[in-house]
Design a protein around this ligand. Structure first.
Ligand SMILES: Cc1cc2nc3c(=O)[nH]c(=O)nc-3n(C[C@H](O)[C@H](O)[C@H](O)COP(=O)(O)OP(=O)(O)OC[C@H]3O[C@@H](n4cnc5c(N)ncnc54)[C@H](O)[C@@H]3O)c2cc1C
Length: 317
């Protein structure tokens, strides 16, 4: 559908120029590609993790069927994340695809109309996206309660960090995406802070607070997706050199910026719904601290991504 949108944008002329030359259209084409690239990346990551675990379990003597079930169970949270992210990416792409086609997008004579209708079911079946969002948080908390996942220690460390003076020391790490990895670590702290406070506040009745569960799930989804694309592009840079994957790097950076906004917004929606006074002020300050990122010119980055695809008349990533 991205290919269709690019081809149409290159063909369709308005105001004596191809609509692909308009910034508003470039923004759409770039965002479609960014979301697809990131969703594909996170799916590859989860898929490879599952395959690797199956092989590991089998190498340790587990029978094939049992190994597959165990590996899928182990990565059920990632699968729920991908179900939501993938289906919402698809809907985004076909919706913006219709928009690129303008009035023709509404017509059954062009391909977008059918894609738009076909895509819509994906947020409903295989577990609606509401149910999958709740499952993401539910499975995380159940694992923590069973002692399989230590959420308490990092959550308490974050609570302590909020009370302390911010760390302004410069990064001593070396390598690719050093500041971005710090941003990711902070996003995880933001999610832990919000989820930890919600668990403390509601305890056994947290399941009745579905709006908060949705907020926390959105934070987890964005963090997983952003981390996945940074890891993929880091690997690509290692294999091919930075120049060869300059556009993929832009994709990762733009996505990270968008993820920061989404995590901050979901976090704010959650904490303002259950905290007040000094507690709320403290958490809002913590959120601000943990969702800081150096600004970048995302518009220019999107233009570069779109221009490269427009020149090739197709999705190139
Ligand atoms: C084209 C198509 C193909 C399908 N194929 C299959 C198939 O092969 N196999 C199969 O088993 N099923 C299949 N289904 C069924 C599909 O899985 C269900 O439609 C889906 O699970 C949603 O259930 P529902 O339609 O009863 O909606 P409902 O459960 O009534 O949901 C309606 C809305 O309420 C929300 N909701 C429901 N419960 C809660 C809750 N506890 N908390 C918060 N929100 C809630 C939902 O998220 C949704 O937004 C198919 C459906 C379609 C349309």
């Amino acid at each position: 559908m991205i290919n269709n949108a690019i081809r149409y944008a290159n063909e369709r002329k308005q105001f004596k120029t191809a609509i692909a030359n308009f910034g508003a259209i470039k923004h759409k084409l770039a965002e479609m590609a960014i979301k697809v690239y990131v969703s594909e990346t996170a799916s590859y990551r989860a898929g490879q993790n599952i395959d690797d675990l199956i092989e590991d379990l089998k190498a340790n003597g587990m029978e094939d069927g049992a190994a597959k079930l165990k590996a899928l169970e182990q990565f059920a949270i990632e699968c729920a994340i991908m179900k939501v992210h993938g289906s919402e990416t698809l809907d985004y792409v076909v919706d913006e695809g219709v928009q690129v086609y303008g009035g023709m997008g509404y017509s059954a004579d062009a391909p977008m109309d059918r894609a738009y209708r076909d895509a819509r079911i994906n947020r409903i079946f295989e577990g609606t996206n509401e149910i999958n969002r709740m499952l993401i948080v539910d499975m995380l908390l159940k694992r923590a309660m069973k002692g399989e996942l230590d959420l308490m220690t990092p959550a308490m460390a974050v609570a302590k960090e909020i009370m302390s003076i911010p760390d302004f020391s410069s990064d001593e790490e070396e390598g690719v995406f050093v500041p971005e990895k710090k941003v990711l670590r902070n996003l995880k702290k933001a999610a832990l802070m919000v989820a930890g406070a919600a668990v403390q506040k509601f305890m056994m009745t947290l399941s009745d607070e579905q709006e908060i569960l949705m907020n926390v799930a959105d934070m987890a989804i964005e963090i997983y997706a952003a981390e996945s694309v940074l890891l993929r592009v880091e690997k690509l840079i290692g294999n091919k050199g930075e120049e060869a994957v300059a556009l993929q790097k832009q994709i990762a950076l733009v996505y990270l910026h968008e993820a920061v906004e989404k995590v901050a917004s979901a976090g704010r929606a959650a904490v303002t719904s259950f905290a007040e006074g000094d507690e709320l002020r403290g958490m809002l300050m913590g959120l601000k601290r943990f969702t800081k990122i150096d600004p970048m010119n995302c518009k220019d980055a999107r233009r570069q991504i779109a221009d490269a695809m427009i020149a090739e008349n197709k999705y190139i990533f």
